[in-house]
Design a binder for this molecule. Structure first.
Ligand code: SAH
Ligand code: SF4
Ligand code: F3S
Length: 399
């Protein structure tokens, strides 16, 4: 008997970054499972190792680079198998096939060429937009050896989202759009994820229904700014999409991430208030409470507009309100910071993710002097965090 037919190949996936990456990793895992792979949580035993990365802040990248570096040792070893509980080295039936170590996701796009030079053991580098081709690339490397680098920016094939796999058996995330065309000056997302691209409303609804068939009744719709969704020529906008999801009988709860304040409307709040299926929770990143900084960030709203929006939301929806804040953006004076402190007190967010600004290569803000000293960033960060902790009685920090 040929061992290769008996032992299934194994894939290991490590995910950094935001919910978008979590969902992409699920879709990729689903594709591999559909093609006969099993999942492993030990990279030493894996035939395919995929590291799905985030570039949003320097700190995130540092951890990812160190993880990728740690795989160098494994790349020289044979694949391991468990033998009656004890770990031993090969022979593993697939050990003659080249092992794939893949850098995928946002940092692949941002720093793929540079990492390719530094890390010869990484033999697959794939941008977020080309993740629908990963399986094909893996098979090619397994067959022919060598290295594949694909940093293209394009619309993914709809099939990417079709293979069922969910980490959480009760809750699923559904991507409604990829990329972003907003160009906030500090943000690397548009350059690593590409311009805004929409999935078709019927494809999104189909995916929601497929989840429902699996018994999943809670859904999060995902987009960098969900309010930018408007599908032509049918003119289906985000509120229409929410309605389509909520109209599915078996669905119990729908929520969404993220809403940009510049085009979040009271129409959305009215819909949220009127539908018992929409979760009464809104993530509405403010970034700063200073008009000067908001302008420099190209956010497209002023402090007063945000305050009005937050008050409308509290009044109409009476729900949870969370936010993202960046402190230490170039040119942020003590006064600007105090404006942020003031708005945090006024709004009383239920939770807030507070980040220290880090310049991202290629963004407009990276051309400005990063002139708030690190010690000052740390002080402002700690101060705001302490304030928010008091307000929300405990704080969570993600990404
Ligand atoms: N699309 C979402 C989130 C994008 S990234 C939105 O528009 O809100 C998530 C958060 O990371 C942002 O809201 C911002 O607060 C933070 N962030 C983005 N770029 C950053 C940078 N260069 N330095 C520090 N924080 C940053
Ligand atoms: Fe980045 Fe702004 Fe787009 Fe959010 S809306 S992803 S912060 S450019
Ligand atoms: Fe998300 Fe990070 Fe990319 S926040 S979109 S994984 S840069």
């Amino acid at each position: 008997m040929n061992n290769k037919e008996v032992v299934k190949k194994k894939v290991f996936v490590r995910t950094f970054g935001c919910q978008m990456n979590d969902r992409d990793s699920e879709a990729i895992t689903g594709l591999f499972r559909q093609n006969g792979y099993t999942l492993t949580d030990d990279p030493k035993t894996a035939d395919v190792i995929l590291v799905n990365t985030c570039s949003v802040r320097e700190h995130a990248e540092e951890r990812e680079i160190s993880f990728l570096g740690s795989l160098k040792k494994i790349s020289r070893e044979g694949r391991r198998m468990k033998d009656e509980g004890r770990e031993k080295l090969i022979p593993h039936p697939s050990s003659l096939i080249p092992r794939v170590i893949g850098l995928i996701g946002c940092m692949a796009k941002a720093r793929g060429q540079e990492i390719a030079k530094q890390m010869p053991h990484v033999n697959l580098i794939c941008s977020p937009a080309s993740e629908d081709r990963i399986l094909e690339y893996v098979e090619k490397i397994q067959k022919d050896g060598g290295r594949i680098i694909d940093l293209e920016d394009r619309q993914r094939d709809e099939e990417f989202y079709q293979a069922p796999f969910n980490i959480d058996a009760n809750h699923a995330q559904v991507v409604i759009s990829t990329g972003c065309s907003n160009h906030c000056t500090y943000c690397i997302v548009p350059s690593v994820r590409g311009e805004l691209r929409l999935r078709k409303p019927e494809d999104i609804v189909d995916e929601v229904k497929r989840n429902m068939d699996l018994g999943i009744t809670r859904i999060t719709l995902l987009g960098q700014n969900v309010n930018d969704y408007c599908f032509h020529p049918s003119n289906v906008n985000f509120i229409d999409l929410l309605k389509m999801a909520a109209d599915i009988n078996e669905i119990e709860e729908v929520d969404f991430m993220t809403s940009h304040p510049k085009n979040t409307s009271s129409e959305l709040f009215n819909f949220m208030a009127g539908s018992h299926k929409i979760k009464k929770q809104l993530h509405l990143p403010i970034q700063s409470g200073s008009d000067k900084i908001l302008k420099a960030m190209n956010r497209g709203y002023r402090r007063e507009q945000y305050l009005k929006l937050a008050a409308d939301y509290r009044h109409i929806v009476e729900g949870i309100l969370g936010t993202d804040i960046i402190i230490g953006f170039p040119g942020e004076s003590e006064r600007d910071f105090l404006d942020t402190v003031d708005i945090v007190k006024t709004v009383g967010f239920n939770y807030a993710y507070i980040f220290m600004y880090s310049p991202r290569p290629g963004t407009a803000a990276a051309k400005l002097a990063d002139d708030v000293p690190l010690a000052e960033k740390k002080r402002r960060h700690a101060e705001l965090l302490a304030l928010q902790k008091k307000i929300s009685k405990g704080n969570i920090t993600k990404y």
